[in-house]
Design a protein around this ligand. Structure first.
Ligand SMILES: [Zn+2]
Length: 202
């Protein structure tokens, strides 16, 4: 490689993306350089737009565009269920499988993830949403990892002063199974056989 500082910097940045090491980063950069007008320019513009206009919603944790608001929160349909997941990728998997009709709430991680504190997760706003939207069931769809289960337990405790029913995805989830990597069949049975942690206290 020639020592071009811009390219070196780009390799460093692209290598930080999931699934990409320095080798694939170099391949991507060559592709970019060979397609300056078709790829580099629109990519740079689109990234700038995303940086400017797209952010996580402070209330539900999903992605929202400044121009359209939050699709999750501004949904005209009124649901009675809310599904709590760790990451946006989990929401996308569940949406794609069409198993669940309701609101999503994205925590933004788990309690024991490295450097992740419970204050960083959107738990207070979950309690607010449950009360404000008269939610009848909160489905905890955190991973079957120690962190996921610790987080589920903590959320259950945080919801103790609400009236909602609380359920958790079935234990049939593979241990260590992250929601986003589950196939539709496994997700379907995990939803269908979800266990009751607390009944509606009305
Ligand atoms: Zn939102």
């Amino acid at each position: 490689m020639q020592n071009i500082s811009e390219i070196e910097e780009l390799i460093k940045l692209i290598s930080k993306l999931p699934g990409l090491g320095p080798k694939s980063a170099k391949r991507i950069i060559l592709k970019l350089i060979n397609n300056r007008d078709e790829l580099v320019k629109p990519l740079a513009n689109t990234l700038a737009l995303v940086y400017k206009n797209v952010a996580r919603c402070n209330s539900c944790g999903s992605l929202k565009s400044n121009s359209n608001g939050c699709v999750n929160c501004d949904n005209k349909k009124k649901y009675t269920k809310i599904c709590v997941v760790e990451d946006i990728a989990d929401q996308w998997s569940i949406e794609n499988s069409n198993i669940f009709q309701g609101y999503f709430h994205i925590l933004g991680g788990t309690i024991s993830s490295v450097g992740q504190r419970k204050e960083d997760l959107l738990i207070n706003s979950l309690v607010e949403r449950v009360n404000r939207d008269n939610i009848e069931e909160v489905i905890l769809a955190t991973s079957a990892t120690v962190e996921g289960q610790t987080t589920a337990y903590y959320i259950q405790d945080s919801l103790k002063n609400t009236k909602t029913k609380i359920t958790k995805l079935a234990q049939g989830l593979p241990v260590g199974g992250e929601i986003e990597s589950l196939d539709d069949g496994t997700l379907f049975s995990a939803f269908k056989n979800r266990s009751n942690l607390r009944s509606n206290s009305d």
